[in-house]
Structure formats: structure tokens, C-alpha cells
Design a protein around this ligand. Structure first.
Ligand SMILES: Cc1ncc(COP(=O)(O)O)c(C=O)c1O
Length: 446
């Protein structure tokens, strides 16, 4: 052991963390030689797989020229290439200005600030409220955490969080309006309209939501029609629509952006994670040009920024990842392999403790219940999702557990998001391990 004294402040200090050694494709090895399948791509980050030579070459090429300059001093070929490659993916040419950041939370903060600044610039100064949803996650910085609807993550920080309006999520397995699918009239979407009216339409700057809920509830896929209705409501009340595609964007759900699935064009798209496939911390917002032009012809500058925004090294890596995704048609691959993934994951329904399996592209959630019929949740003290995570990890499969999806505190799920290069055989192996892990926990808790 080279560094026997460990001064690292870990997120769960009592946990034993293996020491990572290297990664290749969908696999990670620790320093004992144990191999893991990266079944969640970290936190739904890794898209192109680990250890891709072309990305390392691009990294070194850029670092040899220059790694860092401040965004107010220079632009770079790297930033321009990354922005242009992103703009080739958008569903509408009006989404044509890219502002770079270092991760998802930073990008969410930038998105809501650019939305607020837009209304200032055009003289509608009363528009400052951002509506978001319960059962969502937008990041851990104070602003993003306040917008998020993850009760567990918010609980220690209430005194320092701003209070913003939250509406119910579109969560069909546990419909907040207790509707059967055949009687659903998208009441959850209409709650946005009601909230806008109660709050006062002239005070609302934007609505932010994840196209498919990620970390908080485990790949909660909205009904068809939901996002279309949301777009209509935003248009009617002149509210900016922000799609937080930090987890779902850049192919994760089988489309360039997840909202493409419903033909919806947001005013601002928030990205991170898959944009750099984890090769560097990188985030971005893509904004429609009318927002950008309001700033140019108004105060002249976006008041917001961070030290590492738009730095040459990170944007060069982002550009290389986007180029690799295009060259290998990986978004199409995510869509195709997603069908296999969904089919195999369906087999998990045979377990008594599996209440719901949701899959869109290579993004999946498995929700655990104590009673399949009543959908009763487990006692949170049992930490069932974390037990399944531990059993899978022991067996060499990495997943991403979460709690609180059902009502903020109760509810257990696993999120799965393998790299887009995963093969059918590897999916079989992954699902096989997952079955063993669930069986072990089911024996213990049911
Ligand atoms: C939808 C969404 N938005 C924002 C974030 C925050 O991103 P980061 O952890 O890079 O700050 C996350 C992280 O999981 C996320 O899932």
C-alpha cells in the first residue's frame, strides 16, 4: 500500500471502499484484481465505456497545447468544436448557444439564472419564480437542491434553501392523483397550470423538470402526452421550459435528448454526465437564441460564470466524446440495445419484491416493494435498495441505489445505466448477477 494514511473525507466514511485500479469498456477493476460490470455507468455518466484510447489522445493533445484559460480571456477551438457538435444534435435550430460549466449542479444553476436574467433584460422584472417537481433531483448546490424534490437530500438543509413552488411528478406506478391509466387526463401536467395561476403567471420565470426522473425515483417515465401538455402550458403562460437532461441527454434514453421522444423543444437544455462520459467534469446549457439575443441587446453579459467554465481541456474532451459517439453511432446503439435491456430486465418481475421495472433506452429503474399487490414500501430502516446494491457489488455488478421515491422518505429502487457499448451477452451477465442479488435480499427481508 503506497498511501496507508487515508485523509480523504468520504461520503459514507464508515463504508469500506475498494481501491479502483483501471477501467476498460463496461468493466472496472480494483487493486485486488476483482472485476466489476459498471452497470450504472457510475451515476449514469459513462456512455462510451472506460479507457477509450481516442479520448486519451485528445486529452493529451489539448493538454500539450494548453489546459486552462479563463472564459473571459480566450475562446478555444475546443470550446467551439464541442458547442458545434452539441448544436448538431438539437431538435430545433433555435437552440444554438452553448454555455459550458463543470457539472450538472452548476449547469442547473446557470439555467435558472439565465432564465431569470432573460426576464430582467426584457423588462418583465416580476418573473422570478421557478416551478419544479417533487420526486426530482437537480443537484446538490443550494439552488439546485431547493428546486429538487428529493426530501431525503433536502432534510438537513431546509433553513438555507429558498422556497419555490413544487408540483407533483408524473409517476404512473404511484399516481399522485390515484388515477387508473384509462382514466388519466394528465392531471399531473395540469397541476403546472393550476400552480402558475395560483402563484400569478406574471411571477413565473420558468419550469424545470427531468424528462425521465433519474436518481430520486429510478427512471420514472412519463406518459405519452405529458411533455407535450407541459410545453403547451408553458407556451400559453409565457413560461420558459427547462429540460434537465443531465442524466437523460446525449443518447441515454435512445434519442439525442430524451424530450425528442415526444417532439418537445425546450427553451433551455441542461447537460452534464454523458456529455464527457466521465472523462472530465463537464456540464453545459444550450439556450434558444432569443434568450441569448435578449442578453446581448440588454445588459450585454451573462452575469453568471465559474472558474472552469469553457476551459480548453474539458471542452476538448467533450468534443472528442461527442465525435466518438457520432463515429460509432452510439445513440442508435443505445436505442437498439435498450430493447434487449428492457426485455431481459422484465424477467425481474418474477420476484415478489420487484414492484415495477421501467426502461427507456439504456436507462432503467427497478422499484422494490414489500407487497406487490398493495405496492406497500419497505421499512426505510431496512435500506433494501442498498442491500441489493451491496449484494450485487459483492458479485461484481455496480448499480445506483436510491430511496424516497414513493413519498419522499419511503421507497427503494435501483437505477441502471450501462455504457452504450454493452453487448447482449454482457446484458445477460448483468441481469444474471442482479437476479442473484435480489434473490439474496428477498430471502432475507420477505
Ligand atoms: C437530473 C440531474 N440534474 C442535475 C444533477 C447534478 O449533477 P452533478 O452531480 O454533476 O452536479 C444530477 C446528478 O445526478 C441529475 O441527475
Amino acid at each position: 500500500m503506497q498511501w496507508p494514511n487515508d485523509y480523504v473525507f468520504y461520503r459514507v466514511p464508515k463504508r469500506h471502499y475498494p481501491v479502483v485500479d483501471r477501467g476498460e469498456g463496461i468493466y472496472i477493476w480494483d487493486d485486488t484484481g476483482k472485476r466489476y460490470i459498471d452497470g450504472s455507468g457510475g451515476a449514469a455518466v459513462v456512455t462510451i465505456g472506460h479507457g477509450v484510447g481516442e479520448i486519451m489522445e485528445a486529452m493529451v493533445r489539448q493538454a500539450r497545447r494548453i489546459a486552462y484559460t479563463h472564459g473571459t480571456h480566450f475562446t478555444s477551438e475546443a470550446a467551439k468544436e464541442c458547442a458545434e457538435r452539441l448544436c448538431r444534435l438539437v431538435p430545433d435550430q433555435r437552440l444554438n448557444r452553448v454555455y459550458f460549466l463543470s457539472g450538472g449542479s452548476e449547469a442547473v444553476e446557470a439555467a435558472v439564472k439565465v432564465a431569470r436574467q432573460y426576464w430582467e433584460e426584457i423588462g418583465e422584472r416580476d418573473r422570478y419564480k421557478i416551478i419544479s417537481r417533487w420526486g426530482s433531483f437537480h443537484g446538490n448546490t443550494a439552488g439546485a437542491l431547493a428546486l429538487g424534490g428529493n426530501t431525503g437530500k433536502r432534510r438537513f438543509y431546509h433553513p438555507i434553501l429558498m422556497h419555490t413552488p413544487h408540483i407533483m411528478p408524473c409517476y404512473c406506478y404511484r399516481c399522485p392523483f390515484k388515477k387508473k391509466p384509462e382514466l388519466c387526463d394528465l392531471e399531473c401536467a395540469d397541476q403546472l397550470e393550476r400552480t402558475i395561476k395560483y402563484e400569478g403567471p406574471e411571477t413565473i420565470a420558468a419550469f424545470i423538470a427531468e424528462p425521465v426522473v433519474g436518481a430520486t425515483a429510478g427512471a420514472v417515465i412519463p406518459r405519452d402526452g405529458y411533455w407535450e401538455r407541459i410545453r403547451e402550458i408553458c407556451d400559453f403562460y409565457n413560461v420558459l421550459l427547462i429540460a434537465d437532461e443531465v442524466m437523460t441527454g446525449i443518447g441515454r434514453c435512445g434519442e439525442n435528448f430524451c424530450v425528442d421522444r415526444w417532439g418537445v423543444v425546450p427553451d433551455i437544455i441542461v447537460l452534464a454526465k454523458g456529455l464527457s462520459s466521465g472523462y472530465t467534469p463537464l456540464g453545459a446549457i444550450i439556450v434558444k437564441d432569443f434568450i441569448y439575443h435578449a442578453i446581448i441587446s440588454g445588459s450585454g453579459s451573462f452575469l453568471h460564470g465559474h472558474t472552469y467554465g469553457q476551459n480548453p481541456l474539458s471542452t476538448a474532451i467533450g468534443a472528442a466524446v461527442l465525435k466518438y459517439i457520432e463515429k460509432h453511432s452510439l445513440i442508435e446503439r443505445a436505442r437498439e440495445m435498450g430493447k434487449v435491456f428492457a426485455e431481459r430486465l422484465n424477467e425481474l418481475n418474477e420476484f415478489d419484491m420487484v414492484g415495477d421495472v421501467r426502461c427507456i433506452g439504456l436507462f432503467a429503474g427497478v422499484e422494490f416493494v414489500a407487497n406487490k399487490k398493495t405496492k406497500k414500501t419497505f421499512n426505510p430502516a431496512l435500506k433494501v435498495a442498498h442491500q441489493v446494491f451491496d449484494e450485487a457489488f459483492k458479485r461484481g455488478l455496480i448499480t445506483y441505489p436510491g430511496t424516497g421515491g414513493a413519498d419522499g422518505i419511503r421507497g427503494d429502487h435501483l437505477l441502471l445505466a450501462p455504457p452504450y457499448i454493452i453487448t447482449e451477452e454482457q446484458i445477460d451477465e448483468m441481469v444474471g448477477i442482479l437476479k442473484d442479488a435480489i434473490a439474496a435480499v428477498e430471502n432475507a427481508v420477505m
